[in-house]
Design a protein around this ligand. Structure first.
Ligand SMILES: [Zn+2]
Length: 508
């Protein structure tokens, strides 16, 4: 799973918790009142600043790779996870919860898995001052703890298929540079699904259902993606094969949005997960698993934001409409009253509306809501109290229109729909512009630079050719498009007739 990563020079974070530094940083409160960072040219700074001003996470917590979720960001994350829950429940998955600490005897049952995760897992060895009798692994993912238990639940084919999921935090000791949501040591919300089937065909059908479920999820979030199959030499520890949803970050790096994994019977054999097929015969179950996390919110933010901060798609925005009355001496009560009426009316129609009457200049308020990516802002002053109009500001187009107060809900509804359509179109164009296709590695070397995005070459499906291409162009593989045959010759051996497109790129 893990691929090489190019850390930004000179930006390595401190490994050690440092409370003094925390206090110092915390005291530094930002006084900057403009955002304006070029998202593409300076993505890392843009991202950090967007999360800070957008009140998504607080990165000052003094443990590397562990962030504090702020209420506004957490509301968006919870909305996203509820959407996933709804999809899981609708497709027959049952929610469950398994413990976070996993005894070493269970964690080490599947050897490839152990090899894949041992270096990344945190391990609890003590309780107070005394040593534990057995080491406890803090879940980096829950395959082992779930399978150890589920084998007690499955008796016959009547118990199958069994489709479980849980939404939990998980921990990995990332040694690379961490980044909020995108690469963490504590993932606050990890949705992992695990399914158990009687036959390989049923597990394969489940792969398709899971892929469709994830397509729906990312489509609703307006996150653009490609779907690839990971080459055999880079497959998830303990898996037969995995399908990845891949997107691209504005700095040109690829990012895995989700992985859908066919585990075959490897884990079943390691964990003795069987079901009765006859009086004296048993069969190992076939398994799949697939996961997503808060990383998706990070990608959504990276894809949709602009040089002025966040732009949150309405489907996930904690606030759809912020109502900002422009205060004037003597008119405060009337303006407040009207703002409250508008909010109540919009709330009744199902919109998430909020009024901002804080003692603060209107300009500062506009800047703040702009950076937080609230899709629509309603402004009005004393004059509008008389005309019966208000100003509707759209974050996506940074455009103001005068609208009649009388049909506000209808206009908000239309505007939100249009915002989603605009963001979808932008996101699709965004990804398309970051995917390059070449026929040979020579052509690629001449015309492509890594900062632009990811790149595809025709490949004959031979591992040797794949590895050779990786070496030649110096960029790791991401995965290939499994069901689309190309008419091109393999960029490595030149063989014609049955090539597919293999993508290469730096990854998060
Ligand atoms: Zn080849």
């Amino acid at each position: 799973m893990a691929k090489e990563d190019n850390d930004r020079k000179g930006k390595h974070e401190k490994e050690k918790a440092d409370a003094g530094q925390f206090a110092e940083k915390a005291g530094k409160g930002s006084s900057k009142t403009t955002f304006s960072i070029d998202k593409v040219k300076d993505f890392p700074d843009w991202y950090d600043r967007a999360l800070e001003v957008g009140a998504i996470v607080d990165v000052r917590y003094p443990v590397k790779g562990m962030n504090v979720w702020m209420p506004y960001g957490y509301a968006a994350l919870n909305t996203m996870m509820s959407m996933m829950q709804e999809i899981m429940n609708r497709t027959g998955h049952k929610e469950t919860y398994f413990p976070m600490l996993i005894p070493e005897s269970i964690f080490g049952k599947e050897r490839d898995f152990l090899k894949g995760f041992k270096g990344e897992a945190f391990v609890v060895t003590k309780a107070g001052t005394s040593d534990l009798a057995e080491k406890l692994y803090v879940r980096p993912t829950s395959e082992t703890v779930i399978y150890e238990t589920v084998r007690l639940w499955i008796r016959s084919s009547a118990d199958l298929p069994l489709k479980l999921y849980q939404i939990v935090n998980m921990f990995r000791h990332e040694t690379k540079q961490t980044r909020p949501m995108l690469r963490l040591r504590e993932v606050a919300k990890f949705k992992e699904a695990h399914t158990f089937h009687a036959t390989a065909e049923e597990a394969e059908a489940q792969m398709k259902e899971a892929i469709d479920a994830y397509k729906e999820f990312f489509d609703r979030l307006l996150i653009p993606y490609i779907i690839v199959r990971t080459p055999s030499w880079d497959t998830f520890a303990g898996a037969v094969y995995n399908i990845d949803f891949i997107s691209v970050i504005p700095d040109g790096k690829a990012i895995e949005l989700a992985s859908v994994i066919n585990l075959g019977q490897k884990f079943a054999k390691a964990f003795n997960l069987t079901y009765q097929t006859g009086e004296n015969s048993k069969e190992y179950v076939h398994q799949t698993c697939y996961g997503i996390s808060e990383r998706e919110l990070g990608v959504l933010i990276a894809v949709h934001g602009d040089n002025d901060g966040l732009i949150l798609p309405p489907v996930i925005a904690p606030i759809h409409v912020v109502i900002v009355p422009i205060m004037k001496k003597g008119k405060e009560d009337a303006l407040r009253k009207r703002a409250g009426e508008i909010r109540d009316e919009l709330s009744k129609k199902g919109f998430k509306a909020e009024v901002d009457t804080r003692e603060k200049g209107a300009g500062d308020k506009f800047y703040e809501w702009e950076a937080k990516g609230v899709p629509i802002r309603i402004e009005f002053g004393p004059r509008e109290l008389e005309t019966g109009n208000v100003v509707l500001y759209r974050r996506d187009k940074q455009m103001k229109v005068n609208v009649a107060q009388s049909n506000l809900a209808g206009q908000i509804s239309e505007a939100l729909e249009d915002i989603s359509a605009v963001l979808k179109e932008r996101a699709d164009a965004y990804l398309k512009a970051r995917i390059f296709h070449f026929k040979t590695s020579a052509e690629l070397m001449e015309k492509y630079t890594e900062r632009e995005g990811i790149v595809g070459l025709p490949w004959c499906s031979d591992e040797k050719c794949g590895r050779k291409l990786e070496e030649e162009i110096g960029i790791p593989t991401i995965g290939f498009v499994p069901d689309k045959k190309l008419n091109e010759a393999c960029a490595s051996c030149g063989e014609k007739g049955h090539t597919v497109e293999m993508f290469f790129g730096r990854t998060y």
